[in-house]
Design a binder for this molecule. Structure first.
Ligand code: TRH
Length: 392
């Protein structure tokens, strides 16, 4: 790392699950690897981080992982020189002392609040809005990821789509993937489905549809919150990674949680992906396969508005029948009363159209790259004029 590199601090407060750290870790790597920034990732839960990056030591307050300096966000916060670019992820509230130190810099850092992803229309008008500090001469700027040109776009590594296409075009890589997870490559006629979701009562009806269906289904379930539901269906009160189950035409394999960089292969290898939260949902879009989104449930129910906003944007380019099939399954999976076998069969009937469209959707989004937009915006704010972005 060049000692003159621009420095970036990313702050991540892990609320629950893996989405907050998932997005921050992905962004940190991208800024370091593709744009030459010296990145420090401050995270308050190294245990969660170590699940995504198993080489990390959850007991170490300072360590280097994959070209990023990973630091424990401890309380009290250590005295530290603020970076040139400061990214507060998901309004996580920076340490007071750090904010004071930012204000005391001769050249003030660019301070960005990176927000959650939403397809709602209001995002466009809130993207890049300034928020002056009430007391100090500092301004924070809101930066919203999104699906339209007037938003910050989505995280996408420079080589991801080429790696995906190479994987899909190479039988040997695919066979290696199946061997790597300890499964014989499935026969051509089997429908391969990945299932990374929250607990969901609708699972039982869906498994019934697959068990009774005409086509063999291989369902790959990374360990996580849905496992008790899988165990309930198969009468196993201790479902764990490595276990296999079968009923009728359905086979289920429970997979270990893998490091973040390997999760994409699972999405590429499957025909249909069930995903959740934020980051896995974006990865499913880059995988360009039909997918089903289990949105992160919020107490006040606002998640259903977010779900409908995305369904509206995504479905706008689909023919009516396919759009209806997608909407019905997504709504049923997210808690709307419906007959799961019926909506599943309708979805499956539109599989080839949904597959074709998912490729079109990914190509359309790929030009709006979040990391590039973030760096361009940082320069626009005017404090990083001399900043040379690598890789442009
Ligand atoms: O874990 P999540 O449910 O995270 C959620 C959401 O982000 C939500 O918006 C947020 O508010 C909440 O957390 C607090 O789902 P998400 O976003 O898909 O993150 C999962 C991460 O885990 C993603 O980066 C992919 C990664 N992953 C692996 O690294 N290995 C695996 O084996 C699997 C299945 C996932």
């Amino acid at each position: 790392m060049d000692k003159n590199s621009f420095r970036c601090d990313i702050f991540c407060n892990v609320i629950d699950n893996f989405g907050d750290i998932g997005v921050c870790w992905r962004l940190a790597r991208q800024l370091a690897h593709e744009h030459g920034l010296a990145v420090r990732l401050w995270v308050d839960d190294l245990g969660s981080f170590a699940r995504l990056c198993p080489e990390a030591d959850a007991g170490l307050a300072v360590q280097r992982c994959r070209g990023v300096e990973v630091r424990l966000w401890s309380k009290p916060f250590p005295d530290t020189q603020p970076a040139d670019l400061v990214i507060e992820a998901f309004a996580c509230k920076l340490p007071e002392g750090y904010i004071e130190a930012m204000a005391a810099q001769a050249q003030q850092p660019v301070w960005i609040n990176l927000e959650y992803l939403s397809a709602e229309d209001w995002v466009e008008s809130h993207h890049k809005l300034p928020s002056p500090h009430p007391r100090l001469p500092l301004t924070k700027y809101y930066f919203f990821p999104g699906f339209t040109a007037k938003t910050g776009g989505l995280l996408l590594e420079r080589d991801l789509l080429a790696r995906r296409d190479a994987f899909l075009g190479d039988g040997e890589q695919q066979r290696d993937f199946w061997r790597g997870i300890g499964i014989e490559p499935p026969p051509a006629g089997a429908l391969k489905i990945s299932m990374f979701v929250y607990e969901n009562a609708a699972l039982q009806g869906l498994f019934d549809a697959w068990a009774d269906g005409a086509q063999p289904v291989l369902c790959l379930v990374p360990e996580g919150r849905i496992l008790p539901g899988v165990g309930l269906y198969f009468g196993d009160d201790a479902p764990t990674a490595g276990k296999a189950y079968a009923r009728g035409n359905l086979q289920v394999r429970v997979l270990p949680f893998v490091e973040q960089e390997r999760y994409d292969e699972l999405l590429w290898a499957c025909d249909i992906n069930f995903v959740r939260g934020e980051d896995s949902c974006v990865r499913a879009q880059w995988a360009a396969k039909p997918f089903v989104w289990h949105i992160y449930p919020q107490h006040d129910g606002v998640h259903m508005q977010k779900l409908r906003a995305f369904i509206g944007k995504y479905g706008a380019g689909l023919p009516t029948g396919a759009a209806r099939a997608q909407r019905s399954l997504w709504e049923a999976w997210n808690g709307e009363a419906a007959s799961l076998p019926a909506v599943w069969n309708d979805f499956l009937a539109h599989q080839s159209m949904l597959r074709e469209y998912s490729g079109h959707w990914a190509r359309q989004l790929a030009g709006n790259n979040l990391a590039l937009n973030l760096l361009d915006f940082s320069r626009e704010i005017g404090r990083m004029r001399a900043f040379k972005i690598e890789g442009q």
